[in-house]
Design a binder for this molecule. Structure first.
Ligand code: OFO
Length: 180
């Protein structure tokens, strides 16, 4: 058994976030399935891939909690939201989920700072950056959707948007990552 190196409060917060990441995966899974049955195969492929990313986040929390001497406890996952009204609604909802998740990550980093728990603070930084990327990724997808759904382009625009999204990267490039 490892020596416990996180506080009770931090263990609880990290466990809650672990389950929240599982919920994020459920959201993408539900939206991917909705997109698939509604004929948006490209979007659904993108969303299925993103679901895997969220599961990887969940595992990162699990490993971190246990490595720091805590106990990652597997809990029930909240049901995903109702089906979106349309593709635009689907992407807007996905973005809102990411924004909510970013706020939850910020709370963990804040707690780590207050507790001077620099190991968790450092661990949390990875997620802070990841969330900037994920918000950017979905925002960019939403911008492309808005262009594609414009009146001039009609269904042809949406068709191309869907087709191209299947192979879109899961990583957004942030200005500070670019080599100058
Ligand atoms: Fe995009 O939610 Fe995980 O961190």
């Amino acid at each position: 058994m490892k020596t416990k190196r996180i506080s009770e409060a931090m263990e609880k917060a990290l466990n809650t976030q672990m389950t929240r990441e599982a919920y994020q995966a459920q959201v993408y899974l539900a939206y991917a399935s909705w997109a698939e049955v509604n004929g948006f195969t490209g979007i659904s492929e993108f969303l299925y891939k993103h679901m895997e990313e969220e599961r990887m986040h969940m595992s990162k929390f699990l490993k971190f909690i246990n490595d720091r001497g805590g106990h990652a406890r597997i809990a029930a996952i909240e049901a995903p939201p109702a089906d979106p009204k349309d593709l635009g609604d689907c992407l807007r909802q996905a973005l809102q989920h990411e924004i909510n998740n970013s706020k939850a990550i910020d709370e963990i980093v804040h707690l780590a700072h207050e507790e001077k728990d620099w190991a968790t603070f450092s661990f949390g930084q990875w997620f802070v950056k990841e969330q900037i990327e994920e918000e950017t990724l979905i925002n960019e997808l939403l911008d492309k959707y808005n262009l594609a759904a414009g009146e001039e382009t009609g269904n042809a625009g949406l068709y191309e948007f869907d087709r191209d999204t299947a192979t879109a990267s899961q990583e957004a490039t942030l200005p500070r990552d670019e080599v100058l």
